[in-house]
Structures are given as C-alpha cells and as structure tokens.
Design a protein around this ligand. Structure first.
Ligand code: PEP
Length: 247
C-alpha cells in the first residue's frame, strides 16, 4: 500500500521562543512539490506547541501525554490540551520516557488511547537496547513492545509506529540497512497480522541518528515510511537535508 511518508522532528527538551524562527525556516524550506511527496512535522517541547501550531505552517506534535483527560497530575499534559493547543501528533513511548519515567508498554498503550480519544495521531516508539540486540533478542523485544504498546483499533489515521533502536539514539550509530529492513518488515508483518488491511497503511518511521548524509539510504529501505529525527531536527538546514531524501 502506498503511504505518504512522514519526517517528524523531535526537539526533546530544547527550544525557547527564539526557536520559532527555526520552525519558520523549516516550513519555508518545504516547497509545495516536497510537501506533496512527504509530510513534515515538528514536535517541540510542550511550551512551544501553541506558538508553532498557531502559525499554521506545518503539523506540530507533543512529545508525551498523560492517559487522563484532566486532573491532579502536576506537570503532566493531557492529549486534549495538546489538541487544544493545535497539535496533530503526539509521541508516546519514546525510549527516553520509558527509561527516565519507567513507562511500561501498558502505560504507553493508555497514552496512545488517550491520543486517539483527543483526536491526535499517536507516534508509538519501540526499539531494543544494545544489550538486547547483542543477545539476538531484537525481534522478540520489538514484538513484545508492539503487542503491549499498541491499543486495539489501530488505523493509519490514528497511529504511526517509530522503530528507534535505543543504542542508535543520539549516538551517531545506525543499524545496517539490512538490519533496518529486517525490523521494519517484521513490524509490518505484525501490524497486518493484528490489524489486517489497516495495518498495511500504518506508517513505520525509522529513528536513531538520522542525518542528511544517511537519510537517503535509510529512507529507501523497504517499509521505511519516514523518519523520527532528534538532534538533526534542531537546525533547519540539517532537518531539511533529511527531508530532501524525498525530493
Ligand atoms: C529521537 O530521540 O527520537 C532520535 C531519533 O534522536 P536522534 O535523531 O538524535 O538520534
């Protein structure tokens, strides 16, 4: 099934009001022809979601949401609040959230359900650690995370999956093209097995040290439907260099 790829930037805990100019520079670099070929989105810190979304230039996403719609959860952000701020997407289950906040697959699934309830598209992250890869457990781990982190009722319009090997995030290391192909084919098979035709249309992003110099090669791998980009999404020139893989 032909799906429109998505390249989403994850700014993590970086950016202030001054970063609005960087977002505008990214948007300015996405020509109409490029926008036909690839969807480009930015997930800034929660403090900037409204400021970027209000500009109406590119889809914007949150980096996390609480499972509840409101309530006594100091410091958390509800999916409904992100939606209200103008978000389209929300990343859930990023490995930094899983590691820093002890988020389990069940927690991630509850957040993905919350995203859907609020009308957001959940970008659900999965990926193995270095030790798990070295132990030959990559597909086991990714399969378990997919089974536990994806709620029922996944459709291309409510869910994106991001395969992000933990050891590749922010390290400059990437899996081989063959390894990316193997995991993405596995993820696709699991999606189709569980969700039928809907699973064939869900976008599967690769994330982990994507940069302009490796984007074309990685984006050409079968079943890679775009990228989730951390560090290289902070500067418009780098991010646009990655998006250019679809030019
Ligand atoms: C990420 O944090 O989702 C990510 C892929 O980071 P980086 O591109 O910096 O490896």
């Amino acid at each position: 099934m032909a799906v429109k790829p998505l390249v989403a930037g994850n700014w993590k805990m970086n950016g202030t009001k001054a970063s609005v100019a960087e977002f505008v520079a990214i948007a300015d670099g996405v020509s109409p022809a490029l926008a036909d070929a690839v969807e480009v989105a930015v997930c800034p810190p929660a403090t900037l979601v409204a400021a970027l979304a209000t500009l109406g230039r590119l889809p914007v996403g949150g980096q996390d949401c609480h499972a509840d719609a409101s309530g006594a959860h100091t410091g958390d952000v509800a999916a409904e609040q992100l939606k209200d701020a103008g978000a389209t997407y929300v990343i859930v289950g990023h490995s930094e959230r899983r590691a820093d906040h002890g988020e389990t697959d069940a927690v991630v699934a509850a957040k993905a359900r919350a995203a859907r309830r609020a009308g957001l598209v959940a970008i659900v992250c999965v990926g193995e650690t270095r030790a798990e890869r070295e132990a030959g457990r990559t597909l086991d781990v990714v399969g378990t995370q997919l089974a536990g982190s994806l709620p029922d009722g996944v459709e291309p319009t409510n869910t994106v999956v991001a395969y992000e090997p933990v050891w590749a995030i922010g390290t400059g290391l990437t899996p081989t093209v063959a390894d990316v192909a193997e995991v993405h084919a596995f993820v696709r098979a699991r999606l189709v097995e569980r969700f039928g035709a809907a699973g064939a249309g869900v976008r599967i992003l690769y994330g982990g040290s994507v940069k302009p110099s490796n984007a074309r090669e990685l984006m050409a791998v079968p079943e890679v439907n775009g990228a989730l980009v951390g560090g290289a999404s902070l500067k418009a020139a780098d991010f646009l260099g990655i998006v250019a893989a679809y030019a």
